[in-house]
Design a protein around this ligand. Structure first.
Ligand code: CTP
Length: 397
């Protein structure tokens, strides 16, 4: 699962830089959520942050949060880290004295997550003993500061008080979250979801793949610093933030999208449940009972290209190719057969049935490569994604 950073935004001209911070955190694979003070809304409408984060933006202590009567506590619990950027002298003063008179300061008091503050204000306010002492108090309680920079300030003065560079703030947050960055600089290609093969205008051949496994791998790889391209068939999942997501329907479309990204990828992970066959001659209109009985009764199928096997046959020695084997029996033997037959470097075998493996969040899998088979305990798809990436990260060293 992605880590969640709650960003507290206070009323200050530097607020426009928060947009860049949100983007940077999202690129780092982090989910960003915003809580604003009332004064912050005078600078920027919450809609902007809602659009950037694709999350609701919290402002008033007594605003209705649907299904959540104690909003400050749930926000506080949800956060893996609370970043306040930009943070005014006023909000730091309140925090130093435990004052909680709005949603942001109440959440700051209620959270047990680490807090990082990036202050921004006029130089005289910054250097004022009151502010300095408040910062010292907060520091002594374990709150981390990303120090303001010196330079030209919005008020026309020169001096210390300018919000730190967004990239510096993003790095401080990612470092504090201790996100593993072992795939930095690597390109990862992931296929996900089902493919849909049209029979006519309203009918198709497909399968119940939810795409969850592929999306979990894409997000986990992105969190670890990889540049990820996700090629997905039709699923009901939202495009993950910061990941180039290519939507396809048919196996042939998936083949084309994969082919154009494969050459540049260091790792390609094929989780998609690709239809092995497609109707030979899909019809543009709807086939009708009676008139089209012949076509409906005997559907002629042709084989789709095996995307994994084709790419693996073109693979350079420095590329890693991973496939999945969804099996109803003999997982290890069948996975090993696919490892050899498709020339993959690793096959993730898992047992599937109507109530196991496809649309659910947990998986029981086995990692099969040329040297060994490793049985993994039952775990969530996000955990399995991490386990697979751990294996690949080792192989890349
Ligand atoms: N795969 C693919 N292109 C296909 C079929 C499968 O890329 N046309 C990939 C899947 O993404 C998966 C792996 O191959 O990583 C295994 O898919 P699976 O459907 O289990 O294997 P099949 O080769 O179709 O064998 P079978 O249906 O007989 O189990």
């Amino acid at each position: 699962m992605s880590k969640t950073v709650l960003i507290g935004v206070t009323g200050c001209v530097a607020i426009y830089k928060t947009c860049e911070i949100i983007r940077g955190l999202q690129k780092g694979g982090v989910r960003a959520k915003v809580v604003m003070t009332e004064s912050a809304t005078h600078f920027i409408n919450p809609t902007l942050f809602r659009s950037l984060t694709r999350e609701p933006v919290a402002v008033g202590l007594f605003d209705d949060a649907p299904g959540d009567p104690i909003h400050h506590v749930s926000l506080a619990k949800e956060a893996d880290l609370f970043l306040i950027a930009p943070c005014t002298a006023n909000v730091m003063a309140k925090m130093a004295h435990g004052i909680a008179d709005d949603l942001l300061t109440t959440t700051a008091l209620a959270t047990t997550a680490p807090i990082v503050i990036a202050p921004a204000m006029n130089v005289n306010m910054y250097e004022n003993v009151a502010t300095q002492q408040n910062m010292e108090t907060l520091r002594s309680r374990g709150i981390e500061f990303v120090d303001a920079e010196s330079g030209y300030l919005a008020c026309g003065d020169e001096g210390k008080g300018r919000l730190a560079d967004p990239a510096v703030i993003v790095k401080a947050v990612l470092d504090r979250l201790n996100v593993k960055r072992d795939l930095e600089g690597k390109r990862v290609l992931v296929t996900a979801g089902p493919t849909v093969e049209p029979i006519d205008a309203v009918r198709f051949i497909s399968n119940p793949s939810s795409g969850k496994m592929g999306f979990a791998i894409a997000v986990a790889a992105h969190n670890r610093g990889a540049d990820v391209t996700l090629v997905t068939g039709p699923v009901s999942l939202e495009d993950p933030a910061g990941i180039e997501t290519v939507h396809v329907k048919t196996a042939l479309e998936m083949f084309d999208a994969v082919e154009s990204a494969f050459g540049e990828s260091d790792i390609a992970i094929f989780t998609a449940a690709v239809s092995d066959y497609r109707p030979a001659s899909p019809v543009e209109r709807k086939l009708k009972k009676g008139a089209d009985d012949a076509a409906l009764e005997t559907l002629e199928l042709v084989e789709n290209p095996d995307i994994l096997a084709t790419m693996a046959s073109r693979k350079r020695p420095d590329q890693l190719v991973v496939g999945f084997a969804a099996e109803t029996e003999n997982v290890e033997a069948n996975a090993r057969k696919k490892l050899v037959g498709k020339k993959a470097d690793l096959i993730v075998g898992n047992l599937v049935s109507h109530d196991n493996g496809f649309a659910i969040d947990e998986n029981e899998a086995m990692l099969v490569d040329a040297r060994a088979s490793k049985e993994l305990p039952r775990m969530t798809k996000a955990q399995l994604a991490c386990a697979i990436l751990d294996e690949l990260s080792l192989a890349l060293q």
